[in-house]
Design a protein around this ligand. Structure first.
Ligand SMILES: *[C@@H]1O[C@H](CO)[C@@H](O)[C@H](O)[C@H]1NC(C)=O
Ligand SMILES: *[C@@H]1O[C@H](CO)[C@@H](O)[C@H](O)[C@H]1NC(C)=O
Ligand SMILES: *[C@@H]1O[C@H](CO)[C@@H](O)[C@H](O)[C@H]1NC(C)=O
Length: 241
C-alpha cells in the first residue's frame, strides 16, 4: 500500500498522541516530604510547663501548642534579653466566650489571638505604669481596630483594655526577671478578630501538603482529560481520512 499524505499525517498524529500521553503519565504526585521531627528543647522558662503546674489553663495551653506559639516562645526566650510577658486566660475565661467563638476562628486568627496575649518584653507588675498606650503585643499592628492593647494603672490595679474587653491583671503566676506570666479572668479579645466590623472568618486554608496533593491530582486529571480529547480528535481525524 502506498503511503499517502493522509496516512502519513495520521501516523504523525498517533506518534504525538503517544508522546503526549506518556509524558502525562510520568507526572506522578510528588512524594509527601517526611515531617520534620519537632525537638522539644529544654528551657528554663517553658510557658506550657509553668501553666501546667498552675492548673486551670488547659485551654490556653492547648492553644499555645496547637498554634506552635509555645515552641516559638521557647526559642525566643532563649535568645532575647528583652524577655516576655504573657497574659494567661483561665479555662473559665475561655468558657465565658460566646459559644463557638473559638471554633469559628481560622488557623491564622488562632495564632493572632494567642500572640495578642504575649508582650515582647518583660514587664514586672509595678512597671505597667510606665508602658505607653497602645501597648504592642506580638500579634502586631496596634493601630485602631487592629490589635491595640491599652493599660491603665490605678494604685496596684492594672487594667487591660482592648476595645472589646476590659479586665484586670488578676495575679502573677510566674516571674523570673525575664518572663512574667499573669493571670487574666477574661480572654483579651482583639478588635481585628472579634470587632463587629471584622469580616467573617475566612474558611480555614487547607494545610500546605494536602493542598499540593490536590493541585497535583488536578493537574493529572486535566492531562488525562487532554489525552481523551486528543484520542477523540485522532479517531475523528482517522475516520475522516
Ligand atoms: C539556646 O541558645 C543556645 C546558645 O545560643 C543554643 O546552643 C541552644 O540550642 C538554645 N536552646 C534552645 C532551646 O533553643
Ligand atoms: C488606647 O489608648 C490610646 C492612646 O491613649 C487611645 O487613643 C485609644 O483610643 C485607646 N483605645 C482604647 C480601646 O481604649
Ligand atoms: C465600623 O466601621 C464604621 C465605618 O467604616 C466605623 O465608623 C466604625 O467606627 C467601625 N466600628 C468599629 C467597632 O471598628
Amino acid at each position: 500500500m502506498a503511503i499517502t499524505k493522509q496516512n502519513l499525517s495520521l501516523l504523525f498524529t498517533l506518534f504525538f498522541f503517544h508522546l503526549h500521553c506518556s509524558t502525562t503519565s510520568a507526572l506522578a504526585p510528588e512524594p509527601a516530604p517526611a515531617p520534620e521531627p519537632t525537638p522539644t528543647p529544654p528551657g528554663p522558662s517553658d510557658v506550657t510547663k509553668i501553666l501546667g503546674k498552675a492548673r486551670q489553663y488547659t485551654i490556653f495551653i492547648r492553644l499555645l501548642k496547637s498554634t506552635k506559639v509555645s515552641d516559638r516562645l521557647l526559642g525566643e526566650l532563649n535568645d532575647t534579653v528583652d524577655g516576655k510577658s504573657i497574659f494567661a486566660p483561665t479555662d473559665k475565661a475561655f468558657s465565658s466566650l460566646k459559644s463557638g467563638a473559638l471554633h469559628s476562628l481560622n488557623d491564622e486568627q488562632r495564632v493572632e489571638l494567642v500572640l495578642y496575649h504575649v508582650v515582647p518584653i518583660y514587664v514586672p507588675l509595678s512597671q505597667f505604669l510606665t508602658v505607653s498606650n497602645p501597648m504592642r503585643t506580638e500579634a502586631g499592628d496596634s493601630g485602631d481596630g487592629k490589635f491595640p492593647l491599652n493599660v491603665s494603672t490605678v494604685g496596684k490595679t492594672v487594667t487591660l483594655i482592648t476595645g472589646l474587653t476590659k479586665t484586670n491583671v488578676a495575679g502573677t503566676i510566674y516571674t523570673d526577671g525575664q518572663l512574667a506570666v499573669y493571670r487574666v479572668d477574661q480572654v483579651l479579645q482583639p478588635l481585628q478578630i472579634f470587632g463587629s466590623n471584622s469580616s467573617a472568618p475566612a474558611p480555614a486554608p487547607a494545610p500546605g501538603k494536602s493542598l499540593k496533593a490536590a493541585e497535583n491530582s488536578k493537574a493529572l486529571s486535566i492531562d488525562m482529560h487532554n489525552c481523551v480529547l486528543f484520542a477523540v480528535s485522532v479517531i475523528t481525524f482517522a475516520l475522516s481520512v
